[in-house]
Design a binder for this molecule. Structure first.
Ligand code: AMP
Ligand code: ZN
Length: 114
């Protein structure tokens, strides 16, 4: 069994509130929501971050972004808007080393981020 917490969620070994799933992606509620809507979109295959992706992963990256837009639709964010974030590495604030996109909405997002 993988030590990666998101791989364990994909395997069903750790519970998560799954809102969307297909053959390559999974989306679930963030356990520490930073907004009224806070969903994580991940590939089922383990990749560390965008920086870990190769040219052959570009279809997957596109698929994940389209999945973010599907999640936004499911959560009724298309009118109000939302933010997609992928923290990368230490300075990016990444704490889980499995590629993920945060879909944040339900309130106004400040800019610049902290
Ligand atoms: P990041 O800091 O960008 O790497 O984002 C990791 C996110 O994963 C954080 O927002 C955490 O709240 C979230 N997280 C960590 N463990 C879990 C879990 N078991 N289920 C759902 N979300 C989690
Ligand atoms: Zn993983």
């Amino acid at each position: 069994m993988s030590a990666c917490i998101f791989c364990r969620i994909v395997a069903g070994a750790i519970p998560a509130e799954i809102v969307y799933q297909d053959e390559v992606a999974m989306a679930f509620e963030d356990i520490n929501a930073q907004a009224p809507v806070h969903i994580l979109v991940i590939p089922q295959r383990h990749l560390v971050s965008v920086q870990d992706c190769k040219v052959e992963d570009q279809m997957l990256l596109g698929h994940l972004l389209v999945t973010c837009s599907k999640v936004a639709r499911l959560k009724n964010l298309t009118e109000s808007g939302y933010r997609i974030v992928t923290n990368t590495g230490v300075d990016g604030g990444q704490t889980v080393a499995h590629l993920h996109f945060h879909v944040l909405g339900g309130r106004h997002m400040a800019w610049p981020p902290g």
